[in-house]
Design a protein around this ligand. Sequence first.
Ligand code: NDP
Length: 289
Amino acid sequence: KNPTPVTFIGLGPMGQAMVRVLLEGGHPVTVWNRTASRADGVVAAGASRAGSVASAVAENELVILSLTDYQAMYDILGPVGDALRGRVVVNLSSDTPTRTREAADWLAERGAELIAGGVMVPAEWVGQDGSYVFYSGPEAAFERFREPLALIGRTDYLGADHALAQLFYQAQLDIFLTSLSAYLHANALLEAHGVTAEKFWPYAESNLNNIAPMMAEAPKHLDTGDHPGDQANALMMKATADHIVQASYEAGIDTGLPRAVKDQYDRAVAAGDGDKSWTSLFEQLRRRR
Ligand code: NDP
């Protein structure tokens, strides 16, 4: 079977890494990028440069996008009109679930199908063990192109609702970005007392490693709404959350993140959940205030 030819649009760090693994996997790749010079490296590695977006899209049934956001897709594909008919557009750019559903409708009006993707690794990891991408959209179209996509990383197909890949991507980044900020804030507190990040790192590392096993029971509590507080309860943890805000204030550092956490404990306790576990904060977060 001949390797599927691929059109690839968007050659930031991510797009370039992906084009390279597709080429290494033996797939002919046609590339286009707004800033043409960014294609030079992958063209030297064997990709074909398309003279225009329309010719890039006309070339292959599979069109992969790696762009900053979904607006960039409209900017690029808006002018090509009929060339989109019959295409499967795999958009690996991040944006909101709503914009992803709108994009599926926009492409459907032009006779194309959308597969949305959420790339869960940095560009250096593309094509390596441990790399994975969430996908959602029409299953038949996804299965047809699973093989080239699998070169980028493990393909985790989530279902027909286009928003799912984006939703899982954002849920993962929600955990990731907040954790990174918590780590930085802890170091600002330490630094205010003359402790270096290097000195603290072994403890931070063991803390991060312990969090996942500690959370193993949490999904059950979130899904059932039952939050037994027999081990550590929200009232006890609220006291600690208060102390972190105070310590941060006294150290003269930013208090935004610990105040947000303290606020969640305050609300749980005010709602009568002080004797329940920390997972009871979920009941506060499930609603917009
Ligand atoms: P960049 O933002 O650096 O790449 C952006 C690409 O989008 C470039 O090819 C750029 O073209 C193009 N682009 C942006 N706006 C427009 C526009 N209005 N019209 C035409 N082209 C446009 O991103 P990355 O390569 O780093 O990432 C791509 C996607 O992958 C993003 O959605 C990102 O969130 C996601 N991602 C990235 C990770 C990473 O580690 N880099 C990790 C996980 C996901 P030009 O070259 O002309 O500027």
